[in-house]
Design a protein around this ligand. Structure first.
Ligand SMILES: [Zn+2]
Ligand SMILES: [Zn+2]
Length: 430
């Protein structure tokens, strides 16, 4: 079928606007809008119709076309306007209105890039499919593709913001049936490193074990198992700075509640949800967080990153350096302890999931290396030992042996029960 034969079939289905006519041939000839395609095709049809009218007196094509083309009406010497398009039901006459709605729903939210989406009502989607199958159309684009593009162009022109497909700051969805718009705002991702300077603070919020977060006597109706967390100590100022609704905390692993996180700190990303403000002064934010966290937690090196960084944080196998304060069930000589420590260096540790975490983690045997281990200090009461090992090695059990579940262990090498009394993470090496 030629283009004009297909177009004639389309015209015979009912009145159609320039957008909807042009869209049926959208994949042909680039550098044109669908309106330009539609106008060109309708003009060609009007000339065809006029030619056969003048040659044979057959006005059937002009008659059908007169509902959609001023030129057909002129040839037939009739007045009037185009009828409402049966495919889009006149939606393309209201592009400005949709742009108004979209801009209004974004409101005061700061953004530099956006993307339009369309939820097509049942009827428009059906109309389009009827047209394609009745007329054998193969070069069309979808209604929503044109809608998104055309409204996007209007918004870009009015706001000087850019359309972005990969990672737009704001996605606006136009619900055609509801005649409304809704928005989704991209989170702001702030990367940094934290130190935890006080024991007893978990990394993330923990709902109360008694009530699961609803609030009960046990948790003083806070719904929380612990009054504060690294997550919450950081979140407060992030929410203020971004005017977001909440935050999500993503850490590169975690330390035990009773362990300090020292040295250069642990990498993390805090995600501000539904931010109103994206252009954050990270230096100012860092200062505010550290003031608020008041010596319990310190952050540094804050910078704005993309979402992908979280995946890297989570998957990175970071080596760790721990500083352990170890006590012994019986007196141990410095030489004997040093020998036991040396015998663990470079050794692969077979570690069955520790009893203390077995309710949260699958029971299996993990293999991790101790890269280095050093006796830093030895008194009659305790020893300070530094361990440099693969991430994921449980160093409390490396010390205690966990009743034979971790092999080898310091306890096994010494023949004396050793226990970690205090634990600090001094380095997370990503
Ligand atoms: Zn239309
Ligand atoms: Zn509770």
């Amino acid at each position: 079928m030629t283009i004009l034969e297909t177009a004639t079939k389309i015209i015979n289905e009912g009145p159609i606007c320039d957008h909807c006519m042009g869209r049926q041939f959208a994949k042909l000839s680039t550098g044109l809008t669908n309106v330009e395609r539609g106008q060109a095709i309708k003009l060609s049809l009007a000339m065809e119709g006029d030619a056969s009218f003048k040659d044979t007196g057959d006005d059937s094509l002009l008659e059908e076309l007169s509902k959609s083309s001023v030129y057909a009406r002129k040839s037939l010497k009739i007045e009037g306007e185009d009828d409402k398009c049966w495919v889009c039901m006149g939606i393309f006459d209201k592009l400005d209105l949709w742009a108004d709605r979209a801009i209004e729903s974004i409101g005061d939210i700061e953004y530099s890039t956006f993307l339009m989406g369309t939820k097509v009502s049942g009827l428009v989607g059906e109309n389009e499919e009827i047209l394609w199958s009745e007329c054998g159309i193969t070069q069309a684009e979808q209604f929503k593709t044109e809608m998104n593009r055309e409204v996007g162009k209007l918004i870009a022109a009015r706001t000087e913001k850019e359309v972005e497909f990969e990672r737009p700051d704001v996605v606006v969805t136009m619900d055609i049936a509801e005649e409304s718009t809704s928005i989704r705002v991209k989170s702001v991702y702030i990367q940094g490193r934290y130190r935890k300077l006080l024991r007893g603070i978990p990394q993330t919020r923990w709902p109360c074990r008694g009530c699961g977060g609803r609030g009960c006597e046990q948790c003083n109706n806070t719904g929380k198992q612990y009054p504060e967390s690294v997550d919450e100590l950081i979140a407060e100022e992030v929410i203020k700075a971004t005017e977001g609704t909440d935050t999500k905390f993503h850490g590169a692993g975690r330390e035990d509640i009773d362990a300090l996180m020292l040295g250069t700190g642990r990498p993390f990303v805090v995600e501000a949800l539904n931010p109103v403000i994206r252009s954050i002064d990270v230096w100012e934010l860092e200062k505010k967080i550290n003031e608020f966290a008041n010596g319990k937690v310190e952050v540094e090196g804050l910078n704005i990153v993309e979402k992908g960084v979280i995946e890297n944080l989570k998957s990175a196998k970071a080596d760790k350096v721990y500083n352990l304060k170890v006590t012994f069930k019986e007196p141990v000589s410095t030489d004997k302890l040093a020998d036991a420590i040396n015998s663990l260096i470079g050794v692969q540790i077979h570690q069955r999931t520790p009893q203390r975490v077995s309710h949260r983690r699958a029971d299996l045997i993990r293999k991790r290396y101790v890269h280095n281990m050093q006796l830093i200090e030895k008194t009659d009461e305790y020893a300070i030992i530094e361990v440099y090992c693969d991430g994921g090695l449980y160093v409390k059990e490396l010390t205690s042996g966990d009743e034979g579940r971790t092999v080898p262990s310091l306890t096994e090498k010494l023949g004396i029960q050793a226990t970690v009394a205090e634990l600090n993470v001094v380095k997370v090496d990503i």
